[in-house]
Write a protein of this length. Structure first.
Length: 296
C-alpha cells in the first residue's frame, strides 16, 4: 500500500501538476487509511481492499466525530487513488467506484460592508514603519480578491502598473490576470517607490511584499498583520485575509458584475463555487427589505 501511495503522489505531482498542499493532504488521507488497514484488518496490499472495507473505515471516521467536509476529502482521495491503480492495472477492480460523496452543508461566507472596509483601511498608519506596505497589502486583497498565498507570492515582474493588471498563480499552479483598482495601484506605487527599496537585502527576491529582513512574507505573517490592523480598527468582527476576498466578490456582485467575470477573477474552476455569493447578496436584499418596507 505504501509503495502504491508513493507512486500515486508522484503521479499527482509530475503528470497532473497539482499543488504541494493538495499532494500533502491526499497523501495524509491515504496514509491514515493504510495504517488503519494494517492495524485493524492486517491488510497491506491494495488488491485486498473491498467496498465493505472502505465503507467500514468511513463509518468509523464519521463516528469518531469527523465532519462531512473532512469525510468528503477522504472519499475523494480514496476514489482517485483506486481509480489510478485500476487504470494502471495494479488492481483488478476499483473498489471505491461506487462510493458516494457525502452531502456537505454550505455555509454563507462572512463579509464586510463597504464602510467597514474603509474603516479597516483607515486604521493603517502609513507614517509608521512598514505602514505603506501594510496598506498596499490590504488594498490589494480587497481590490483583486487574492488568496493569502497569492498575495505572498505576488512578484514585481507580474505587476503591470500602467495597465493596473497583476498576474497571479493560484490553486493547481493555474495563472490568471486580475485587475488592480485605482486606490490599490496608488498604494502599491507609494510602497514600491518609498518603502520597498529600503527593505531590499542581498538575499531579496522578486516578491512584491517583503519583511523587515528583506525576505518574502509568509502567509502566517500576513495573517498576523491583518489581525493587528483589525484590532486597531475597532471593528467588532472576526477579520482575516479571506474575509476581504469574500467581500470583494460580494461587493462586485451587489454592484452588478456578471457572475462569470467574478468566477474568472477569483480563479474558481467551477461556477458553483462562485454562486455562493449570489446567496449572500440575496440575504442582504432580504435584510434591507425587512428593515425598510412598511409591510415586511
Amino acid at each position: 500500500m505504501e509503495a502504491a501511495i508513493d507512486l500515486f503522489i508522484r503521479f499527482l505531482a509530475v503528470e497532473r501538476g497539482l499543488s504541494e498542499n493538495y499532494q500533502l493532504s491526499t497523501q495524509r488521507s491515504l496514509a491514515e487509511f493504510s495504517d488503519w488497514c494494517v492495524a485493524r484488518k492486517k491488510i497491506a496490499n491494495p488488491r485486498a481492499v473491498t467496498l465493505p472495507l472502505l465503507s467500514e473505515y468511513l463509518a468509523e471516521r464519521k463516528r469518531g466525530g469527523l465532519s462531512a467536509s473532512s469525510i468528503k476529502l477522504i472519499v475523494v482521495a480514496l476514489k482517485i487513488f483506486f481509480r489510478f491503480l485500476a487504470n494502471q492495472g495494479r488492481i483488478g477492480r476499483d473498489p471505491a467506484e461506487p462510493l458516494a460523496l457525502p452531502r456537505v452543508e454550505r455555509y454563507l461566507p462572512e463579509t464586510l460592508n463597504e464602510m467597514q472596509v474603509e474603516q479597516l483601511i483607515d486604521a493603517i498608519d502609513i507614517k509608521l514603519p512598514l505602514g505603506l506596505r501594510d496598506r498596499a497589502m490590504i488594498e490589494l486583497l480587497y481590490a483583486s480578491g487574492l488568496r493569502i498565498s497569492e498575495l505572498a507570492s505576488a512578484r514585481l515582474e507580474n505587476f503591470d502598473s500602467a495597465e493596473r493588471i497583476l498576474r497571479v498563480t493560484g490553486k493547481g499552479n493555474k495563472t490568471r490576470l486580475v485587475p488592480v483598482g485605482r486606490k490599490a495601484s496608488e498604494a502599491l506605487a507609494d510602497y514600491l517607490s518609498l518603502e520597498r527599496p529600503n527593505l531590499v537585502k542581498r538575499q531579496t527576491g522578486g516578491e512584491i511584499f517583503l519583511s523587515a529582513r528583506g525576505t518574502r512574507l509568509t502567509t502566517a505573517r500576513i495573517w498576523q498583520i491583518v489581525k493587528r490592523i483589525a484590532r486597531h480598527s475597532g471593528l467588532e468582527k472576526n477579520i482575516y485575509p479571506h474575509l476581504l476576498r469574500h467581500s470583494f466578490a460580494t461587493h462586485l456582485l451587489g454592484n452588478g458584475a456578471d457572475l462569470r467575470i467574478i468566477q474568472e477573477m477569483l480563479g474558481h474552476a467551477d461556477i458553483s463555487t462562485t454562486q455562493v455569493y449570489t446567496h449572500v447578496d440575496q440575504q442582504r436584499l432580504k435584510a434591507v427589505h425587512r428593515q425598510f418596507h412598511p409591510r415586511a
